[in-house]
Ligand binder design. Structure first.
Ligand code: NAP
Length: 468
């Protein structure tokens, strides 16, 4: 028989201390919870391994056995080290089987994952997914399907692999007010930037090495251009601020224009460069743009490479590791650190969700639904205040500094420090600003580029993680 899909089993939103009265399950009974796994790649292989190798422990933790009903793949004839009878190319038929109660989606991509998850949820089956790209755009649709049929949708593995950050935001901090979430959430770019920092090598050479070592995919665009981090930022911001945020709401820049020179000047300033995902509450103070919208706070969600001081906790997150810092009004600053990708670490997060979902089937609890009541507006990137590090190639003659400083002042961008390096043709000015809005800085840079004494604006990198 299948796990019951009665309302009372899924109602209540909490454990009841024993199997749901009408679930058909009994503690220690052999009534299984049927699991379908969609995808057997990096993550799916490890999920299947854990389900098979740790079946006894999982049974104890759930209260009923988890039984693998089937695994959907594209290539049926590949030897995957499991009973070939479990494999199928017909994911839809697998999801709709009567003896499947819980679907683990680790195939990736939008289609057919979106339709398969929708079908499973509509049929009242629990879904666990690691699919950040899908969630960043379709959480609303999937959460609505889950709510309609009182099914569970879990997605801890979609952000930062093994690191528990989704559940802390949804549950542990649900009584607090989150003001900021800042993370290094992409291992590929962190590996590249850490290696550039350590070796002084340029971006292209370091990307090649990352690809050779398996840290970057053959087509690295999603990682190096920040799309992957932006999807995760959208998910984190939605959870932190109880507002639906999609990937299109996230301002995004990748790391492909970061040069070894940027890393060198960062080092001279006591900083390093990291690709940051920043989700921030922008309070609507008197006279601030937010107050024009009924005094509502706004949120800023952005992904870009930024200088951070070496003493900042995120600066020591190196290689393929991830970390997320959450700042909440009452909890203060919390930091989550660990392996943000890889088959086994990601499968660990998936399996945590599988156990939760299976226990809900057994005990009658429910996963928390989507919480988007706050509906905070997104602040445009032009309104977002940040500090900047501006690198200029200039003519080596008197009056240059005054002309450059004049343009900053004229556009309301206050300068913190200026350093002159090199001479003659190689003369450079490195300007670090105080907080200024993106639009004020963009206007300043455009004006600087027009100055006769400025040969080029070689780079503009934001500076994050400083107190002022
Ligand atoms: P992967 O190695 O590319 O594996 C994808 C699997 O899905 C393969 O087994 C593939 O079958 C199967 N598949 C794809 N399309 C299918 C279809 N239409 N029908 C049936 N099977 C299909 O991917 P992955 O790295 O495991 O990632 C899976 C998901 O986890 C993605 O959403 C990813 O974003 C997320 N994630 C991954 C990581 C990580 O470190 N890898 C970390 C966090 C989250 P074949 O084997 O036959 O090709």
């Amino acid at each position: 028989m299948t796990a019951s899909r009665s309302d009372s089993m899924r109602g209540g939103g909490r454990e009841t201390g024993g199997p749901a009265a009408d679930s058909g399950f009994r503690f220690g009974s052999d009534h299984p919870i049927g699991v379908a796994v969609l995808g057997m790649g990096n993550v799916g292989t490890e999920v299947v391994r854990i389900i098979q190798e740790q079946s006894q422990d999982l049974r104890q933790r759930v209260g009923a056995p988890l039984v693998l009903r089937g695994v959907a793949v594209r290539r049926i004839d590949v030897d995957r080290g499991i009973d070939p009878e479990l494999l199928t190319t017909d994911a839809h038929a697998l999801v709709t089987r009567d003896d499947v109660d819980l679907v683990v989606e680790v195939m990736g991509g939008i289609d057919p994952a979106r339709a398969l998850i929708g079908t499973a949820l509509t049929a009242g089956k629990s879904v666990v997914t690691a699919n950040k790209a899908l969630l960043a755009d379709y959480t609303g649709e999937l959460a609505a399907a889950a709510a309609r049929s009182r099914a569970d949708l879990y997605f801890e593995a979609a952000v930062a692999g093994a690191i528990p950050v989704v559940r802390p935001l949804i549950q542990s901090l649900s009584g607090d007010r989150v003001n900021r979430v800042v993370g290094i959430v992409n291992g590929t770019t962190n590996f590249i930037l850490s290696a550039m920092d350590e070796t002084g090598a340029d971006y292209e050479m370091t990307l090649k090495e990352a690809t050779r070592l398996g840290y970057a995919e053959a087509d690295p665009t999603a990682d190096v251009e920040g799309f992957d981090a932006a999807a995760k930022a959208a998910i984190l911001a939605s959870l932190a601020f109880h507002t639906r945020v999609t990937a299109a709401d996230v301002y995004r820049e990748g790391i492909s224009r970061i040069t070894s020179e940027d890393l060198e000047t960062a080092a001279a300033l006591g900083c390093t460069v990291k690709l940051l995902a920043i989700c921030e509450r922008v309070p609507a103070g008197p006279g601030e743009p937010g107050s024009a919208q009924g005094g509502k706070d706004r949120i800023s969600v952005r992904v870009y490479p930024a200088l951070i001081p070496r003493k900042h906790p995120l600066s020591s997150v190196n290689g393929a590791f991830n970390a997320v810092v959450v700042e909440a009004e009452n909890a203060g600053r919390l930091m989550f650190y660990g392996q943000g990708a890889g088959g086994a670490p990601t499968a660990s997060a998936v399996m945590g969700d599988v156990v939760m979902a299976a226990r809900n089937k057994f005990f009658g609890g429910r996963a928390p639904g989507e919480s988007v009541y706050a509906e905070l507006p997104i602040a445009p990137i032009g309104d977002t205040p940040t500090r900047y590090h501006v690198n200029l190639k200039v003519a080596d003659r008197t009056g240059v500094l005054q002309a450059v400083a004049g343009e900053f002042a004229q556009h309301g961008v206050s300068i913190s420090t200026v350093r002159q390096e090199g001479q003659d043709e190689g003369a450079r000015l490195v300007v670090v600003t105080h907080h200024a809005t993106e639009s004020a800085l963009a206007d300043t840079v455009a004006a600087l580029a027009e100055l006769e004494s400025v040969t080029s604006v070689t780079s503009v990198v934001r500076l994050e993680g400083t107190e002022e």
